[in-house]
Design a protein around this ligand. Structure first.
Ligand SMILES: [Ca+2]
Length: 234
């Protein structure tokens, strides 16, 4: 056992650890790596410890070297949950059917459902979550046909005006303090894609609105979504 032990000790002393590498280069590299891994998606979400509400988002460019530079700040006013329920009589984009999925766009944010193959009356029942900035526009909904070899084809699109729901919720205050009531309405008109007037409801302490849209820029098709609005700092 002794010769083996001596050999091991000798080997260790011949190759001393490189202290300079460990104390200087390594932490720097780790810092760069952790920033690029954590913030490479361009968004940092801050959770305020006092009220645990999401209040700010920092826009950060992708990190190539060193510390990221903060280029702007957007204040959120709430979270929008959109349950994409389903579509009916959607347009044909393949031989006799389509492989539809829904893409929601709000400003720079996008969210999409899964693809349902070969179905013109798909049921998704999928919840998509979006953050709503202080200056928000309409929520854009697109239905696309998934294709394996070519670009996905548009099966129609429509816009949802979020103002009736957000404004109604703001004027009624905390929905958890209200009973089940109607607090607002988005009216069908020639300027929007609604198939019927859409009520903004408080149900079980939550602000909800179901919307059925006639798809535009296509031959046929309707899509129904149920939105839930969670205002921050109310
Ligand atoms: Ca297809």
């Amino acid at each position: 056992m002794r010769p083996f032990s001596q050999k091991a000790t000798a080997s260790h002393t011949q190759i001393p650890p490189r202290k300079s590498d460990k104390s200087l280069s390594s932490p720097n590299m780790n810092f760069k790596n952790s920033w690029s891994q954590a913030y490479g998606l361009s968004l940092i979400i801050l959770v305020m410890p006092e009220n645990k509400h999401l209040t700010h988002i920092l826009l950060v460019p992708r990190v190539r070297q060193g510390c990221p530079k903060i280029i702007g700040m957007v204040e959120f006013i709430g979270i929008l949950n959109v349950k994409v329920i389903g579509g009916t009589k959607l347009a044909i984009r393949d031989m006799s059917s389509s492989d539809p999925y829904v893409v929601l766009t709000l400003g720079q944010q996008k969210a999409q459902t899964s693809v349902i193959k070969g179905n013109l009356n798909p049921v998704w029942n999928e919840e998509l979550k979006l953050s709503v900035p202080q200056k928000y526009g309409p929520l854009k909904l697109q239905v696309l046909d998934h294709d394996m070899v070519s670009k996905d084809d548009l099966m129609g699109e429509a816009e949802i005006d979020l103002q009736p729901m957000i404004n109604a919720a703001a004027s009624f205050g905390d929905p958890e303090l209200l009973g089940d009531i109607q607090i607002g309405r988005w009216l069908k008109s020639g300027d929007n894609a609604l198939t019927a007037d859409s009520a903004v409801m408080v149900t079980g302490g939550k602000v909800k609105q179901e919307v059925t849209l006639k798809l535009q820029h296509t031959e046929s098709g309707e899509v129904t979504v149920e939105m839930e609005w969670m205002a921050l700092n109310i």
